[in-house]
Write a protein that binds this ligand. Structure first.
Ligand code: GAP
Length: 547
């Protein structure tokens, strides 16, 4: 991956190749919504399937070397609104926003930055939109310089100021002016106001408050709401996890950086329930495991940065969170790919108190073991045994009934897809048909994630090579996503597959017709090997094996 990618060029490449399209592009698109084309949908499916296989069906052993218990769930996107009251989303899932009273544009308050000063007893300020204070300062200075050139009174005053103060809109003292940061707008911003990020709709024909529902902003709450159903129906014992992959919706104020911050996206979430005394151990386990998973699927370790959140950053439910961040090429700083949060007992306790349902876990095995040990001494005296049992029930049983703690590895399927696309994108040099060096774009996907696993070519469309190649293609098709391509020069066909990120190209040539061997070309090393055609399936299986 180049350290920096021209994201506009990259987005165009993704569109031209059929990875990602702007949603409803023929109508001018819609901000924050994206579609996956023929190659993109395969890539994203492979990502979700790899996650499901590696985390749900075959997770690695836990810290104690024992198998992990993990089950899946697929719940509805729209749920009873009480779910979102209990989770805190109705009350608190909001960003502070400012609106321009003139141009009506809306901005996230923490992304609007001001330079201000009092000159001749009058306060002056200008503003820009920027991700953080560090990015904002040079932009503000640049803007002041430009204003000064036009003899703008604010610009003049700020230029003359002995010292400038810098604030974001969330921290700007109330008495300062709040100019709009939009180009060519001299309007004023409102004070920051909370803006809930949940999309609203109505269930039923009447758009009343009673019928108000929300599109889920995370898949996690569906898991908590079903915790008891899963426990009762599967007889699971702690510790265990419930996993879900599905769409989530957030009315993000400022969707940006291609698919990175979208309004509709997919999450891959696990809620791992454990005994409170073991939660630290499981938190560390999931934090480390999830980072390794990304590396195993091709993200370079140096581009992956786990970052423990500071106390002030923590979400309302979290007692500790590590963001697994990735060095996306559109940013100077690593950005969140996944959050691994220690949620304590926040969610189950909140749902228990709002629904009135007891969501405590009863450690039956632990309780029975205690009973057995303590009642052993009274095994020949039934009356004493009953008396002792009652005492234990009164004094000790409660410790075996508790609200489990939860560790939540919460990944974004679209964010990981974007990271995989960025990481895979490579421009290098490969020899053309005549052996001359030629620049190529190659998507170096991990074979498990690659949209197409192999392309099968006849060298030329004669002497039975095309029939033989088609036969091989048909043999492989039930097992892998493979393509058959007989059009154009062989070098062009290789280039097409390099751009699609196909790890193997298999060519049927004259020798195939004599000895049954084919050439298999490796996308990354460009090495070509001759192997019996009967071995192709084995080679692909090995490359795609999750272990
Ligand atoms: N249940 C916890 C939760 O939802 P989060 O950090 O808000 O936590 C988890 O989201 C993951 O979902 C993020 O790490 C990111 O990968 C993905 N995600 C969140 N908001 C997103 C957005 N607007 N666009 C794309 N992905 C997003």
């Amino acid at each position: 991956m180049p350290t920096k990618l021209d994201m506009a060029k990259f987005a165009k490449f993704c569109k031209d190749m059929g990875f990602v399209f702007q949603s409803s592009e023929i109508y001018g698109g819609i901000n924050g919504f994206w579609d996956y084309g023929p190659l993109g949908v395969e890539l994203k499916r492979n990502i979700k399937e790899a996650w499901w296989q590696d985390m749900v069906r075959n997770p690695p052993p836990g810290p104690d070397g024992q198998e992990i218990r993990m089950v899946g769930l697929d719940c509805s996107i729209i749920m009873n609104p009480n779910v979102w009251v209990a989770s805190g989303h109705v009350g608190g899932f909001s960003d502070p926003m400012v609106d321009c009273l003139k141009c009506k544009k809306r901005f996230r308050a923490d992304k609007v930055h001001f330079a201000c000063a009092v000159v001749d007893s009058a306060p002056h300020a200008i503003s820009v939109e920027a991700d953080n204070a560090t990015d904002a300062e040079p932009l503000l200075k640049e803007k002041i310089a430009k204003l000064d050139k036009k003899k703008h009174p604010v610009g003049r005053a700020l230029k003359a100021a002995a010292q400038l103060e810098y604030h974001s809109a969330t921290a700007l003292p109330a008495s300062w002016p709040r100019p709009c940061p939009a180009e060519d707008c001299d309007g004023t911003l409102t004070e920051p106001r909370a803006f809930n990020l949940m999309f609203e709709s109505h269930a039923g024909p009447i758009a009343s408050d009673e019928n108000k529902v929300y599109l889920r902003p995370e898949t996690a709450q569906g898991i908590f709401a079903n915790y008891k159903n899963v426990l009762d129906s599967s007889r699971l014992k702690l510790p265990f996890g419930i996993a879900q992959v599905g769409k989530a919706f957030r009315n993000e104020i400022n969707p940006r950086n291609f698919t990175f911050r979208s309004r509709e996206f997919e999450q891959m979430e696990i809620e791992f329930f454990c005994h409170p005394n073991e939660s630290r151990k499981w938190y560390e386990y999931w934090r480390d495991l999830r980072r390794q998973w990304y590396s195993r699927l091709g993200l370079k370790s140096e581009n992956l940065v786990p970052r423990e959140q500071g106390q002030e950053e923590l979400a309302h439910y979290s007692v500790g969170t590590t963001d697994i961040e990735y060095m996306f090429p559109f940013s100077d700083e690593p950005q969140e790919l996944e959050g691994v949060a220690h949620r304590g007992d926040f969610d189950l306790s909140a749902h228990s108190s709002r629904s009135g349902k007891d969501l405590k876990y009863f450690d039956e095995e632990g309780w029975n073991a205690l009973l057995q040990a303590r009642l052993e001494a009274f095994k020949d005296d039934k009356a004493k045994r009953e008396e002792e049992k009652k005492k234990l029930e009164k004094e000790e049983k409660a410790q075996f009934q508790f609200v489990p703690h939860v560790i939540e590895p919460s990944a974004g399927a679209d964010r990981f897809t974007l990271a995989v696309l960025c990481e895979a994108y490579t421009e290098d040099t490969a020899p053309d048909a005549k052996g001359n060096p030629e620049t190529r774009i190659v998507m170096k996907f991990h074979p498990r994630l690659a949209p197409i696993k192999a392309a099968i070519f006849p060298l030329v469309n004669k002497d039975g090579m095309d029939e033989e190649a088609k036969k091989l293609y048909r043999e492989l098709k039930p097992f892998f996503n493979v393509v058959y391509d007989q059009s154009g020069a062989i070098g062009r066909r290789y280039r097409r597959q390099d751009e699609a990120g196909t790890p193997f190209c298999i060519t049927v040539d004259g020798d195939t017709m004599k000895d049954g061997t084919v050439t298999i070309r490796d996308r990354d090393t460009l090495k070509q090997e001759r192997i019996p055609k009967s071995e192709v399936r084995k080679v692909l299986e090995k490359a795609l094996s999750p272990v």
